[in-house]
Design a protein around this ligand. Structure first.
Ligand SMILES: Cc1ncc(COP(=O)(O)O)c(C=O)c1O
Length: 442
């Protein structure tokens, strides 16, 4: 396959970026100078006419691809009907979405939903409901976790110190423990399964020395860590964690903002381990890019009274209309596509690993896949510079990639991506790794 080399950023992109720098907060993390013009499915074009394959669906958001015609049609239809009516009233698509989320919620009990505008807001709702319903104040979170940047969510976020630098104090009451990362174990084993070792640590060290278990309202975590490095926990972890929670009356909250809504080939990441959480926070892929999130909780937990929690835009009619179509499309084929193309991609990444000594690990479920780069497979020293070079090389060859952790590349394309585009993107990725490996001293 001929590999294109683009002249990026082009002149129009340069001009837009200069204007952005003048008027937009510098806090947004921008790794490559991509200025979007339009997108179709898994392809996007910049304002200079350059075409890219989007291997990250925005940031794991455009689950049905960019501007899926049925999603666009639902948005247009709803916008013409009405754009807003306050959450003090009722409307059809909000209610229908609640019914659908109840149907797909990963627990047998009926569900109630609180609609939000973002992942962080879903997490905030989970924190508040956990405190409200248990009467307990404290929580356990995980190193490497990412849950958003508002003060409550930030108290759990522990993937990079930058997210907290000069922002203290965050919400008090959260104790962090190691995530069961099979590739980088930091605890001495107390069980053959490293996930069980982590649960032993919570039970023996945290509850044994620091936090009375009966003060712990909830354990909140991503079933597969996203921002922290696309880390899949070892198989014993969730069953053991569920047992621990049950023993102490602690709620288990799954932050499925990134891993949910079909991305891993199942509706929810936690379903890979057959474990039921008590609440699920979701957002990102739920509405194909319209801002929407939800906290989905067991009905018996959501007992807070009218006025206890609310928001102006929750259940926005356009976002709900987009979500209903998105969930239907995912159910009717894109989730199965994520499962089968995910397994296919993982195999291709394993083959790439044999050819590239810088790849230390490949992992993931469905279309939530990570490639971890190391300077040396023995020492596992993270290859941070190399990772960044690969992202930039890929950009110049027409592939949009995003990193996570300091040395991982994530692959989270639209769930609708075709095998042809996936193959083309993987060729560009392979070429970019070769190019970057040649450049760096390592
Ligand atoms: C697992 C997880 N939780 C929460 C969030 C925060 O979502 P938002 O940026 O929509 O607030 C993110 C965002 O990346 C996420 O990946």
């Amino acid at each position: 396959m001929p590999i294109p080399t683009l002249k990026v950023p082009g002149p129009k992109s340069v001009e837009f970026i200069q204007r952005d720098t003048t008027f937009i907060s510098p806090s947004y993390p921008r790794d490559v100078p991509f200025v979007m013009d339009h997108g179709i499915g898994s392809e996007v074009w910049d304002v200079d006419g350059n075409r890219f394959i989007d291997f990250n669906a925005g940031i794991a958001v455009c689950s049905t691809g960019h501007s899926h015609p049925q999603v666009v049609e639902a948005i247009q239809r709803q916008a013409a009907q009405f754009i807003h009516i306050s959450s003090d009233y009722y409307h059809r698509s909000w209610i229908e979405l609640g019914e659908k989320l109840d149907e797909i919620a990963p627990f047998k009990e009926d569900a109630l939903c609180f609609m939000t505008n973002s992942g962080a807001e879903s997490v905030e709702a989970a924190i508040k409901l956990a405190r409200y319903t248990t009467g307990r104040q404290r929580f356990i979170g995980f190193f490497g976790g990412f849950h958003g940047r508002t003060m409550g969510a930030l108290a759990f976020t522990a993937s990079k110190p930058l997210y907290r630098y000069r922002f203290y104090p965050t919400m008090p009451g959260v104790t962090h423990v190691p995530f069961p990362n099979p590739y980088r174990q930091v605890l001495a084993p107390t069980s053959a399964d490293y996930g069980e070792t982590v649960v032993d640590y919570i039970d023996e060290q945290v509850f044994g020395h620091l936090m009375p278990a009966e003060d712990c309202a909830a354990i909140l975590l991503e079933p597969i860590q996203g921002e922290g490095g696309y880390i899949v926990p070892s198989d014993g972890f969730f069953p053991a964690l569920r047992k621990l929670c049950d023993r102490h009356g602690i709620l288990l909250i799954a932050d499925e903002v990134q891993s949910g809504i079909g991305r891993t080939g199942k509706w929810w990441g936690i379903q890979h381990w057959g474990v039921e959480p008590d609440m699920v926070a979701c957002a990102k892929g739920i509405a194909s890019g319209m801002p929407l999130g939800a906290l989905i909780a067991r009905k018996s937990l959501m007992t807070w009274p009218s006025g206890a929690h609310g928001n102006t835009y929750g259940g926005n009619p356009i976002s709900c209309a987009a979500a209903l179509v998105t969930l239907r499309l995912i159910e009717q084929g894109f989730m199965a596509n994520a499962a089968s193309l995910g397994s296919y991609t993982l195999e291709r990444l394993r083959a790439m690993m044999a050819a590239h000594p810088s790849i230390g690990d490949v992992r993931g479920k469905g279309l939530m896949l990570g490639i971890e780069f190391v300077r040396d497979r023995g020492s596992k020293e993270p290859a941070n510079v190399l990772r960044d070079q690969i992202v930039h090389a890929a950009f110049s060859h027409g592939l949009l990639l995003l990193g996570c952790s300091t040395n991982v590349i994530r692959i989270a394309p639209p769930l609708s991506i075709s095998r042809e585009l996936l193959d083309e993107g993987l060729e560009l990725l392979d070429f970019s790794i070769t190019e970057a490996e040649r450049r760096e001293e390592w």
